[in-house]
Write a protein that binds this ligand. Structure first.
Ligand SMILES: [Zn+2]
Length: 236
């Protein structure tokens, strides 16, 4: 087990504090979320809340600096063909997100971060693939630095979590991190849950629980911390 190194929220620290962590752990966590309709039972910031909390929990293990969450995303449920949830999503163009991500990573590199963990809470496509492409291009350009762009399902076993929208897994994570923001009673009890009616894609969220969310979060933190240790050995 490695020694626990300090971590902090970038926007809450003074320059001296930032530099002290940077010297020991030049890792930036970049939680990338979205403002997107997540059904009647979940808050619209679920992807952001999820990404920020998972990043923070990993940073507590590995050390490093957690950047403010980026709430900007493309390819939301708002423009998904065949369904009509037009409200409660703020959507941006793929091109704009691509540019923001490029400029963000370049500036983190300029500020001497050696590793960037970009966690996307939103799995819409090609939004997620675009973030991964920006990361790949960044890595080609900066041989001594590394950006790992991922979604939580990239590092979790499928029986625990698969890509989903406001389903069992996302709802459980939201329950684990901020239970008071969830209202499971707003889901219907007399019929099947569907994408068209409930904005849910995936396993039934009616059996979501704090303990299931905790299991997902702990497994995620364990798996990501292990991989970061390898990145630290290579890049720090
Ligand atoms: Zn989501």
């Amino acid at each position: 087990m490695y020694q626990k190194i300090k971590w902090g929220f970038y926007n809450e620290m003074r320059p001296k504090e930032i530099e002290a962590i940077l010297k020991k752990r030049p890792i930036a966590f970049l939680p990338w979320g979205a403002i997107e309709y997540h059904g009647k039972h979940n808050p619209v910031g679920l992807d952001s809340i999820k990404a920020l909390n998972l990043c923070t929990d990993v940073a507590k293990e590995t050390g490093g600096i957690v950047m403010p969450v980026v709430d900007l995303a493309a390819n939301l449920i708002k423009s998904y063909p065949g369904i009509s949830f037009k409200k409660h999503s703020i959507e941006f163009s793929e091109k704009l997100i691509y540019m923001i991500c490029e400029e963000y990573l370049d500036q983190l590199a300029d500020q001497d971060f050696k590793i960037v963990i970009l966690l996307s809470g939103h799995a819409g496509e090609p939004h997620l693939q675009n973030l991964k492409t920006v990361a790949e291009n960044f890595n080609k350009k900066n041989k001594s630095k590394h950006c790992w762009a991922l979604a939580e399902f990239d590092v979790l076993p499928k029986d625990l979590l698969v890509a989903n929208h406001s389903a069992l897994e996302e709802t459980s994570l939201q329950l684990y991190y901020a239970k008071e923001m969830v209202d499971l009673k707003s889901l219907p009890q007399d019929r099947e849950i569907s994408l068209e009616l409930d904005a849910v894609s995936g396993r039934d969220p009616r059996s979501a629980s704090v303990s299931y969310g905790e299991k997902i979060a702990k497994t995620f933190v364990h798996n990501v911390s292990k991989k970061i240790q390898l990145l630290i050995n290579s890049f720090c």
